[in-house]
Ligand binder design. Structure first.
Ligand code: NAP
Length: 260
């Protein structure tokens, strides 16, 4: 991996990153890249279970503040707006959150329960809308909202199942939000990352086979790296990305262009 020097791309910008669970989280790689580029970092975690880990990681990253926010709870989102307000204008938000019941990522899609469908969509897609509503008022000088998606939104990935359907809703939500928030100079985009071994990804049955398939078939003949996702998130949050909104950017070693 190339050694990137400390940069200035996000100097003077404040970024809220939701979804750091541990060192393997894509949100952690994004936070590292944002810090390298000089952003002031604000992080969230979900519930007491994660507090200790995210406190340690936030300390290492020099985060200015760390908040508890379960995106399924409207009260948490209201509190988020209130607790963010004293930090002044917000410039960038990264939504790196998803959840589906483990059984729905291993059995046939046909067996998906109403509850399983609902929770996957609530956490993984609706939360983008809720987070946008909670944070857009703080982007008083415009800003950038970036979410994380996967190719399973438009193609069938074995065992990805209901999460693929939720990612389709997430990507459509990205476009609708981009359309509405553009007048306030708030850009909304998704990064469609290739498979990366994280806690969430391990929930998908036979995830290792996805990694092998991508490495064998992608133009770059390898999987993508979390740092590559982080650097693309920097681009989108920075002024370099000022003309880009409503897009799904693939960071997947090129896998998505391949057919046979
Ligand atoms: P991860 O480290 O497990 O991150 C998922 C995050 O979502 C965790 O921090 C988790 O917190 C959080 N979360 C779940 N339910 C939540 C809730 N109700 N409120 C607040 N936070 C909640 O896994 P990841 O792979 O980095 O996933 C980040 C994003 O990247 C997801 O949208 C995922 O679909 C996407 N993505 C991942 C891959 C991949 O292969 N890894 C590829 C493409 C896209 P807890 O741990 O506390 O539940």
């Amino acid at each position: 991996m190339p050694q990137l020097l400390e940069g200035q791309l996000l100097r003077g910008k404040t970024a809220l990153i939701l979804g750091v669970a541990n060192r393997w989280s894509l949100a952690y790689a994004i936070a590292q890249a944002f810090r390298r580029e000089g952003a002031k970092l604000l992080l969230t975690y979900q519930g007491e279970r994660q507090k200790e880990t995210v406190d340690v990681l936030g300390g290492e990253l020099g985060a200015a503040a760390i908040f508890d926010c379960d995106v399924t709870k409207d009260a948490d989102l209201l509190r988020l707006t209130e607790t963010l307000a004293p930090h002044g204008k917000l410039d960038a938000v990264v939504h790196s959150i998803a959840f589906a019941n483990r059984e729905d990522l291993s059995r046939p899609f046909l067996e998906t329960s109403r509850d399983g469908f609902s929770i996957a969509h609530d956490v993984s897609a609706y939360s983008l809308v809720a987070v946008a509503r909670a944070t857009a008022p703080l982007m008083t000088e415009g800003g950038s909202l970036t979410t994380l998606s996967y190719l399973g939104s438009t193609r069938v990935a074995t065992n990805y199942n209901v999460m693929g359907v939720a990612k389709a809703a997430l990507e459509a939500s990205t476009r609708y939000l981009a359309s509405e928030l553009g007048a306030r100079n708030i850009r909304v985009n998704a990064i469609s990352a290739g498979p990366v071994k994280t806690t969430s990804a391990r929930g998908v049955k036979d995830f290792g086979k996805m990694l092998e398939a991508v490495a064998a078939k992608s133009p770059l003949k390898r999987n993508c790296e979390p740092a590559e996702v982080g650097d693309t998130a920097v681009f989108l949050a920075s002024d370099l990305g000022r003309g880009v909104t409503g897009n799904i950017l693939f960071v997947d070693a090129g896998y998505q262009i391949m057919a046979l």
